[in-house]
Design a binder for this molecule. Structure first.
Ligand code: FMN
Length: 204
């Protein structure tokens, strides 16, 4: 009887543990309306280093910005960004917040938790980035794609989508190539073949 109880407990803990690792679904992104694209292009600007906003970004806003960066569109047949040679996106997006760090799963439109720690100081040396609500970290998966120029073209399109979607939501962002690569590799548990490319803080 005791053996049976132990077995039951082990199975229960294994199932509960596996569930904790499941990606957390994000709210549905906003996919229509908003300010016109030409208006957004005309006023697009980066948040400044000396007055970057520190206000919170809601889950719904974050979900929309992540979707704009690399989400599925056209009823799931394409992406919001052009990706070469019919490949899935080979630049990964990570989300760093005070309550932890996550990887964006574009297939499930969900966040997979990597740590519950606040790792902002391991990601950036810039105080205005540390003080922002969310830091997006873009990482090239060079195992999935061996041509660096394709990663750079992709992250250019992704980051411009982030600028435009953020602006439409009244959120400021800024493209930075200054980052702490070693800290990012360690804290986000990157593979040897992953290359951090840039970070983008978000704040309202
Ligand atoms: C490739 C690239 C790397 C950049 N790296 C940084 C950076 O590390 N730190 C920073 O404060 N701004 C950086 N910037 C500048 C800002 O992202 C921003 O584009 C610039 O200040 C121009 O402002 P605007 O977007 O309002 O026109 C970088 C820009 C580019 C294109």
């Amino acid at each position: 009887m005791r053996k049976f109880y132990c077995l039951f407990l082990a199975v229960f803990l294994a199932v509960a543990g596996a569930e904790a690792l499941l990606p957390e679904p994000l709210p549905q992104p906003r996919t229509s309306g908003g300010e016109g694209i030409f208006t957004l292009l005309e006023k697009r600007a980066s948040g400044t280093r000396d007055a970057f906003p520190t206000g919170a970004v809601s889950d719904q806003e974050l979900a929309t910005i992540l979707w704009a960066a690399t989400g599925r569109n056209r009823n799931g047949s394409g992406w919001t960004v052009p990706v070469g040679m019919g490949r899935p996106p080979h630049v990964k997006v990570y989300v760093v917040k005070n309550d932890g760090a996550f990887i964006y799963d574009w297939q499930k439109h969900a966040l997979g938790e990597l740590t519950k720690k606040n790792i902002k100081a391991e990601v950036t040396q810039d105080d205005f980035v540390k003080n922002s609500a969310v830091i997006l970290v873009f990482v090239a998966d060079t195992a999935a794609n061996k041509r660096a120029e394709m990663d750079n073209i992709l992250v250019g399109a992704m980051s411009q989508n982030v600028y435009l979607a953020a602006d439409a939501l009244g959120i400021k962002t800024r493209y930075l190539m200054t980052l702490k690569a070693d800290g990012i590799r360690r804290e986000l548990k990157l593979n040897k073949t992953d290359v951090p490319l840039c970070i983008m803080p978000l704040g309202k």
